[in-house]
Design a protein around this ligand. Sequence first.
Ligand code: MV4
Length: 512
Amino acid sequence: MTNDKISSILIANRGEIALRVIRACKELGIKSIAVYSDEDTRSIHVKRADEAYHIGKAPASESYLNMSKIIEIANSVGADAIHPGYGFLSENENFAEMCERNGIIFIGPKSEAMEITGDKMKCKAVMKKARVPTVPGSDGVVDDVEKAADIAHNAGYPVLIKSAFGGGGRGIRLAEDEKQLRQEFEMASAESKAAFGKAALFVEKNLQRIRHIEFQLIRDSHGNSRHLFERECSIQRRHQKLIEMSPSPVVDQRTREKIGEIAVRAAVAVDYLNAGTAEFLRDQDGNFYFIEINSRLQVEHPVTELVTGGIDLVKLQIAIAQGEEISFKQQDLKMHGCAIECRINAEDPFYEFTPSVGPVPNCNIPYGPGIRVDTYLYPGCTVSAYYDSLVAKLIAWGRDFDEARIRTRNALQEFTIEGINTTIPLYKTIMGEQNFINGELSTDYLERFKLMDKMNEEAKEQSKRASSAAIAAILLQSQFVKKGKGNGSGTIRPPLQKSKWKNTGREINNGI
Ligand code: MV4
C-alpha cells in the first residue's frame, strides 16, 4: 500500500485553484509541479510550486488545454498524478483516459463515468433507471415533431426544446403552446443539423422561478459514498454563478437527508469516483429534479469546506485517488453554521460585465474572523485577458446566515483591487438587499429584483456623499487654517484622501 502513495502531483491549471491544490500538496508532503504559459511567467502558482514547467503560448489551446504536452511533462518529471482543477481539461474524458493509459493517476472520476456525465441524455436515462427524479419530458432524443407535441401535451406547457449538443444555456428554446412547439422544433432541428450534422433534441417541462441547488458528493474506490450537504447557487448571470451559499434557505434537515440520499444514488448509478456535484433544479412547489453531475472539483467547494467544519476537499480527493477509504460516516457529518461565497470577477458590472484586464498596482485582501479569500492576486500582478475572469473568491463563515452576510458585507468594504473593475460593487448591493436577506432567491434574482438598478443607485448616492464630504473637509480646513485654530480636537485633518477615488460611480471599486 505504501508504494501506491502519491508523492508528486502535476497541477494542470492556473490561478487561485492551482494555489489551492499546491496548499493541499504542501500539507500532505507531496511535491507540487506547476505548468505555465507565456502569459503566466510571473504568476504566483509558478513561484509557490516546488517545480514549474513552461508548456506553451498564452492561448489555452496552446498551453493549459494541450493534452499531449502536459502528459509529456508529467511523464518526463515522473509525476504520480495530475490534478486538473476546474475548467480546462477537468471534464475531458479523453484526457482522463490518456492519464490512465500512461500510468498517471487522474485525480477525478474514471473516464467511463465522465463519458456518461458529459452526455446529458445518456446521464438522464441512467438516472431515470436509478429512480433519481428528472424533469418531466421525453425519455430520450425525439426525432419527430408529432412525438414532440405528444410529449409536450403530457408534460404540460410551457416546455423547453433542448439540444443534446447545447451547454450552459445554449440551444434551449421555449414553447408556450403547440403552435410554437411545432415552429421551434423545426427551427431547432434545422439549426442542429447544420451545426452538428444531426439533430438530437429533447423536450422538457419548463420549470419556472427555479432555484439551482447542488449537492457535494464524494465516493471512494471501495464503494463508500457520502454527500456533503447542499449549496444554493441561484444567484447567477447568463449561466455564470456569482454567489453560492450553504445551507440553502429552503433546505431543512429532512429535505437535506432526502435529496442527499438521492444524490448519492446518482453517484452510485454512474460508478462515480472522487469529488463531484449533483445539480438539481427546485421548483416553487419544493420539488427537486436532477439535471446533471459535474465531474470536477467546483469553484465553490470552499463553501462546503466551511460548513462541514473543515473537511479539506482537495486533501480528500488526493486520499481517494491513492486508494484510501473515506474515514467518516454520513451520520458523522453535521451542518456547521453558514458560508457565503462571492466570485470576484475582473468585469465591469456598471458596463455589461465587460472584461477588465491589465496591471493591478495594488490590492487589499480582507481578513479577520470567519473570512477566507482564495486568490492569485498580489500587489503588482497582472490580470490576463486570455483566461477566466475570476480573480478572487471571498468566502465568509458565520454561525448563522446573518453573521456570514454581515462578515461578507464588511469584507467587501475592505476589499480593494486597483487598476481593474470588478464585481465587488454588485455584491455590496446584494448583501444589503431585502430579498437576499429574506432568502428569496431564484435563477432570475438579478432581473426580478432589479439589482443592477439598485447597484447604480447606490453608486450615485455614494459618490454624492463622498464629494460633499470632500468639499466639507476642504471648507473646514481652509476656515480653520485661516483663523489659525484647530478643528476642536486639537488637530487639523487633511481633506479625505479617499474622495478623489470616489467621485464617479464607475471608479468606485478602484484604488479606494
Ligand atoms: C431548465 C430550466 C427550466 N426548466 N430546464 C440552463 C442551463 C442548463 N444547465 C439547465 N438550464 C435550465 N434548464 C427546465 N426543464 C431552467 C434552466 C436555467 C437555469 C438552470 C440552472 C441555473 C441557472 C439557470 C438559468 C436559466 C435557466
